[in-house]
Design a protein around this ligand. Structure first.
Ligand code: GCU
Length: 681
């Protein structure tokens, strides 16, 4: 049965016969000299993949015996690579980069995968395979590639009982019960998938942390996972529960300035390194949503982060300290809190601390303007946190290709150092000259047979890795690759499905939260509409707090006359967002309370525009259904039916959103639904 388990690594025989012949001719022999664990897996992957893609075995050899040779290695591991004259070009690709190069020497033709390190060779091997999987020309290769961001990390919100916070694809992959003795093949396949897109770190545990994972029994299990992942270049990280010194250490306090507490963390870190010599470090959520933190002791985030940073510094570890703070006291505008708490701390963090910031200031909404902290802390490396799991995006039933959403944030201009100071440049360190850089994706992976619940959710795992490596890639290109590798190269399938993916995020925004609306989902679980939610014991846990609909209009005034959150942006951005005439319409109700009869770009009134957007979103889902139905027979029935059924569910959900929101907001607007629109049921 085809259940999608193989992700984008199916390695089926190349469909185009002409291309197949060319590839067969170009690759008569495979030479991978050297036998480190990483080179061994690169070799195995090339062998397996080539025999699948070419439909014939490519013999491996240690020396050149054939005319057309595929060579993979480093100058250190391979005399062949060393003598191919790539030394200068290799200098430019650094520790993880690689070259794919066609060359001839002594009458032989070489396709070379060369790198400075073994992991570079593995990454290059996956790139080369991708070229075959997507049927590219390989006759004249001259490709150099290196990642733009150093730490490319998945964040698993996985609990030790294997439930997954905001997980919609089964239970946690980590089978703690059978670890460390049993290494599930899934761990290897997970590592292969990650390495194929350049993901080089994984945080195994939930940010709402359990200190138990730091005890010896669990550390043995963590070590077994780290051993399994190591050949694939993946470092393991853990979440550190701030109160661990009390909970598992028997101390009376977790005050970061207490010498006993500092000593406890140092000893604990040394113990972790004794099990996992290349342990990556800690991810911490502190003083947010009830998690303990330094503020419990009158200290600040830097005090907390620095204590942990000192504990891992001598081993090369890092601390990823989250800026998603959400305090006990009700704020005047929740969107302002992270900036207010963190900006004053700029310059006070240790060198091995990254502050990890969500893409937007509220919480992974279907659409958010970029977080005002980006650009505002030039002395601190800021790490991007995207969510791959679809907490607020329809969860397990919705087809959402999220590259356009990620790119929208990365390409946003902060104006921190004038025009062109994009969020991407903050994150990749180029704006403020940071060497330590990082990007995190909250994983959507579980033990479902297809890993991600929805077949198309695999594309977000893929995309995260590809954009983490190179944020300049276009969403179209990433989708194109993913579709070809996951389904087929047949353009009758690729073109319409790519269009469908490209429009999928906007469709959801329209039927859930058009024009800058946000956080009007169902209470607590965040599934389905709930704009009517009020009377919770704090205002920012209600929906009415976010949309503020009344008889005059709708939207959150974040300008001077309201919370003035716009002032957290640099002046050119603040001016634009703060002006109801200039703000991009997609953020209109994020920043402004707007009268129902206000004219928007289309010339319609705001009320009518809302109705058109909600309806348009439903229509878009129906269009997606048509597109998909047309593909029947182009791919296997299993995956076809899986997507078809889920699109039927999604269409019902879209209608549910449209009807619930329009009927609810109509109680304030007191205006009719435009004649030509389908009436809410
Ligand atoms: C959201 C989510 C929580 C999660 C939190 C976080 O609020 O609903 O489940 O713990 O984000 O990012 O820490």
């Amino acid at each position: 049965a085809d259940d999608g388990y193989k992700l984008w690594q199916r390695y089926e025989q190349v469909q185009d016969q002409a291309k197949l012949q060319v590839y067969r001719q170009a690759i008569n022999e495979l030479i991978v000299q050297g036998n480190s664990p990483t080179l061994t897996v690169a070799h195995q992957e090339l062998q397996t993949a080539l025999s699948g893609l070419l439909g014939q075995t490519v013999p491996s050899s240690q020396q050149v015996t054939k005319q057309n040779v595929l060579v993979a290695g480093t100058p250190a591991s391979s005399a062949l690579v060393k003598n191919l004259g790539l030394t200068d070009r290799l200098k430019a690709v650094g520790n993880e980069g690689y070259l794919l190069q066609t060359s001839t020497k002594n009458g032989k033709n070489y396709t070379v995968i060369a790198a400075n390190t073994d992991i570079g060779v593995l990454y290059g091997s996956y790139h080369f395979l991708r070229l075959l999987q997507t049927q590219q020309d390989i006759s004249n290769l001259s490709i150099a590639s290196a990642p733009k961001i150093k730490h490319r990390v998945l964040n698993h919100w996985d609990n030790l009982d294997r439930t997954v916070e905001r997980g919609y694809s089964g239970f946690s992959l980590w089978d703690w019960h059978r670890l460390p003795g049993y290494i599930d093949q899934r761990y290897i396949d997970y590592a292969r998938a990650n390495a194929s897109v350049g993901i080089n770190g994984t945080v195994l545990t939930n940010v709402n942390a359990n200190a138990l994972v730091l005890t010896e029994d669990y550390l043995k299990k963590v070590a077994a996972l780290a051993d399994a992942f190591r050949p694939y270049g993946i470092k393991v990280y853990l979440t550190a529960r701030f109160s661990a010194p009390i909970e598992i250490g028997g101390l009376k306090t977790a005050d970061p300035l207490d010498p006993q507490v500092q000593a406890w963390w140092k000893k604990k870190s040394d113990e972790i390194y004794s099990f996992v010599p290349d342990f990556g470090g800690f991810l911490v959520k502190a003083n947010s949503e009830g998690q303990p933190g330094p503020q419990n002791y009158g200290r600040n985030h830097a005090d907390g982060a620095n204590m942990l940073a000192d504990a891992v510094a001598d081993k090369g570890g890092i601390v990823m300290w989250r800026a998603f703070v959400y305090s006990e006291d009700e704020p005047d505008d929740r969107a302002k809190q992270a900036y207010n708490e963190f900006k004053p701390l700029d310059g006070t963090f240790r060198d091995n601390v990254l502050v990890q910031v969500k893409n937007g200031a509220i919480d992974f909404q279907p659409r958010e303007p970029f977080h005002p902290l980006f650009g505002a802390m030039p002395k601190t490396p800021l790490m991007m946190e995207f969510q791959l799991t679809q907490e607020y995006l329809g969860q397990g039933t919705t087809l959402a290709y999220l590259s356009p959403m990620y790119k929208e944030t990365l390409e946003a201009d902060t104006y921190a150092k004038g025009k062109g100071s994009t969020v991407a440049k903050v994150v990749d360190g180029s704006l403020d000259n940071h060497k330590l850089t990082g990007i995190a994706g909250v994983a959507n992976i579980g033990n479902d047979r297809n890993w991600t619940g929805h077949q198309f959710a695999q594309s977000n795992w893929y995309t995260f890795g590809r954009l983490a490596w190179d944020h300049a890639l276009s969403s179209e290109q990433v989708a194109d690759e993913w579709i070809k590798m996951t389904f087929t190269n047949d353009n009758k399938f690729v073109a319409p499905v790519k269009d469908m993916m490209m429009n999928s995020h906007e469709a959801i925004v329209n039927y859930m939260t058009p024009l800058g609306l946000h956080h009007i989902m169902g209470w607590s679980h965040h599934y389905g509409p709930g704009p009517w939610i009020k009377d919770k014991h704090r205002a920012d846990w209600t929906s009415v707090y976010y949309h503020k609909a009344d008889e005059k209009g709708i939207g959150f005034d974040r300008t001077k006359s309201g919370s003035n959150a716009v002032a957290q942006y640099f002046p050119p951005v603040a001016k634009q967002f703060g002006n109801v005439k200039k703000v991009p319409e997609k953020y209109l109700l994020w920043f402004h309370h707007v009268p129902w009869d206000h004219k928007v770009n289309s010339g319609r009134t705001l009320w009518n525009e809302l109705a058109y957007r909600y309806s348009g979103g439903v229509d878009d889902v129906r269009q997606m259904q048509k597109t998909w139905d047309n593909q029947e027979g182009m791919i296997d029935q299993e995956r076809f039916q899986h997507v078809k059924q889920l699109l039927t569910v999604q269409e019902q959900e879209a209608k549910w959103w449209r009807d619930a929101c329009l009927l609810y907001f109509q109680t304030f607007s007191k205006r009719p639904i435009p004649q030509d629109l389908e009436k809410p049921a």
